[in-house]
Design a binder for this molecule. Structure first.
Ligand SMILES: Nc1nc2c(c(=O)[nH]1)N=C([C@H](O)[C@H](O)COP(=O)(O)OP(=O)(O)OP(=O)(O)O)CN2
Ligand SMILES: [Zn+2]
Length: 140
């Protein structure tokens, strides 16, 4: 059944749809590869913000790249495994923003992406109000 609307239909331009969702967690770290005189070689903590971006050429009903609610397993992973932990003690890589973004992208691709319609395009990690790193997943 056609929608009854007050506004006229328009030509829908071609393009790519992109969505994002942010998550936060608190964690400590020290960067073990830095010389001892660097401030970040000392134990300290951040309120991390992680943003995932997903893309799709086509939408699924009712007009989603991916239902934001389908990203809950990613939130559960951050809350359950990273929140209030020392990242350098649990990550298999140095706990920099760049490598954390790449690691989280890998976890998302392995555990979330198989069950959703969109494709992960990027993960951005923000450690402070002025510093962030972004990992862009190579297109297949
Ligand atoms: N390229 C990167 N550089 C640094 C990282 C990183 O992950 N990638 N991490 C750190 C430290 O973790 C540090 O906590 C964050 O750095 P910085 O922005 O320098 O933190 P400040 O709060 O000191 O920043 P100001 O804005 O100068 O107060 C270091 N570098
Ligand atoms: Zn830090």
């Amino acid at each position: 059944m056609a929608l009854s609307t007050a506004l006229p239909a328009v030509g829908m331009p071609p393009g790519v749809f992109r969505i994002g969702k942010s998550f936060t967690f608190e964690a400590g770290h020290r960067l073990t590869g830095l010389p001892p005189e660097h401030q970040c070689s000392r134990q300290h903590g951040h309120s991390y913000t992680v943003e995932v971006e997903l893309v799709a050429d086509e939408l699924v009903t009712p007009g989603f790249v991916t239902d934001f609610a389908d990203l809950k397993p990613f939130k559960a992973f951050l809350d359950g495994e990273l929140d209030h932990r020392n990242l350098h003690e649990i990550l298999p890589v140095e706990a920099t923003s760049e490598l954390l973004a790449q690691y989280l992208a890998g976890w998302f691709v392995q555990h979330v992406q198989p069950g959703i319609p969109g494709r992960l395009a990027a993960v951005q990690v923000r450690e402070t109000g002025s510093s962030w790193a972004r990992f862009e997943v190579a297109a297949p």
